[in-house]
Design a protein around this ligand. Structure first.
Ligand SMILES: NC(=O)c1ccc[n+]([C@@H]2O[C@H](COP(=O)([O-])OP(=O)(O)OC[C@H]3O[C@@H](n4cnc5c(N)ncnc54)[C@H](OP(=O)(O)O)[C@@H]3O)[C@@H](O)[C@H]2O)c1
Length: 298
């Protein structure tokens, strides 16, 4: 049996949907069963409840599991959550842990300088030291993070970010889900790390143009200061610590400035990379503000 954790979240739900699309049975771990109706409605999906921070809640989810895709939120608890989960999975006899990590597409980015990326590095070291066969998936920024800018796009026709003419190479979560499905269902991936980005390095003006074309309305990129964006994030309800962490990350991206495209995982697994234009067209109603982004549609 294969278990996907973080299954109510953006990447986790996409991987579970990919299993359902392929007709392959899968088990999904969620923390809040009330949010899992969409997952339960998918064919072949066995939803179990548990908290990765509390091993005693994981017995049912881990029973009989050979492989796990380990995902949890990128918050301050990620290190503790995933190290605790690795221990529980090893004790339960899981034979292969695939860690969902990340890698910024920006050239020269040092993961040790930022809390979330540093936590991923620490978790990877912990996982390797556990002695369990492992694989690491390292996608770049998700295209889906631009949904967080929808309120500004709808209100003012602006994409407000503190990035100057920096390029990023965001990837569609659906592409990552296809890579994850291939890694979880075929042999030969132990000890390997798969980095991946989207197919283009884009300035934020490029991103705004693609959203504009998809929704049929003008969308302009507005280069705001890090302090302005930090205020926007706090007004939008982000906890101040999260807003500060993002501000630091965006300042570093702007300082370095350029991204590199890496399609080696797409090529290896025969996955057609989704362009931002295709992604924006597929999600035009969300970018128009006409439909909420549903993480786990039924
Ligand atoms: N955002 C990006 O652009 C990006 C790019 C590359 C990599 N990543 C990495 O991708 C991962 C997921 O990203 P995200 O934060 O954006 O995903 P997300 O949508 O917040 O999904 C994370 C899921 O993990 C679940 N979870 C958290 N703590 C848990 C616990 N103790 N027990 C059980 N489940 C738990 C959450 O459950 P609830 O639904 O109950 O909260 C949520 O459904 C992170 O490691 C992040 O660093 C992100």
């Amino acid at each position: 049996m294969i278990l996907i954790t973080g299954a109510n979240g953006r990447p986790g739900s996409a991987v579970v949907r990919e299993f359902a699309r392929q007709g392959a049975p899968v088990r999904a771990l969620v923390r809040d069963p009330k949010k899992a109706d969409g997952l339960r409605a998918l064919p072949g999906v066995d939803v179990r409840t548990g908290d990765m921070l509390w091993p005693e809640t994981l017995e049912s989810a881990l029973a009989g599991v050979d492989r796990v895709l380990m995902i949890s939120s990128a918050g301050p608890q990620m290190l503790e959550t995933q190290c605790t989960f690795v221990d529980a999975a090893v004790r339960a006899g899981v034979g292969h842990i695939v860690k969902f990590s990340g890698k910024d597409s920006i050239d020269g980015f040092d993961p040790e300088r930022f809390r979330s990326s540093r936590s991923h590095e620490q978790i990877q070291r912990y996982l390797v030291a556990s002695g369990t066969p492992w694989t690491v998936l390292r996608p770049s920024q998700f295209m889906q993070v631009y949904f967080e800018e929808v309120p500004d796009i709808v209100r003012s026709g602006e994409l407000r970010l503190p990035l100057g003419d920096t390029t990023l190479a965001p990837i569609d979560v659906e592409d990552i889900a296809k890579v994850a499905y291939a890694v979880l269902t075929t042999p030969g991936h132990e000890g390997r790390t798969y980095t991946m980005t989207g197919p283009e390095a884009l300035t934020m003006s490029d991103v705004a143009d693609r959203i504009s074309d998809a929704i049929g309305k003008p969308v302009r990129y507005r280069d705001v200061t890090p302090e302005e964006k930090r205020r926007d994030w706090i007004e939008a309800g982000y906890p101040p610590a999260r807003a500060s962490a993002f501000t630091q990350l965006f300042q570093e991206r702007t300082r370095l400035g350029r991204s590199t495209v890496d399609l080696t995982a797409h090529e290896r697994f025969g996955i057609e990379p989704t362009t931002f234009a295709e992604f924006a067209r597929r999600n035009a109603d969300t970018f128009r503000g006409a439909s909420d982004y549903v993480v786990t549609p039924a």
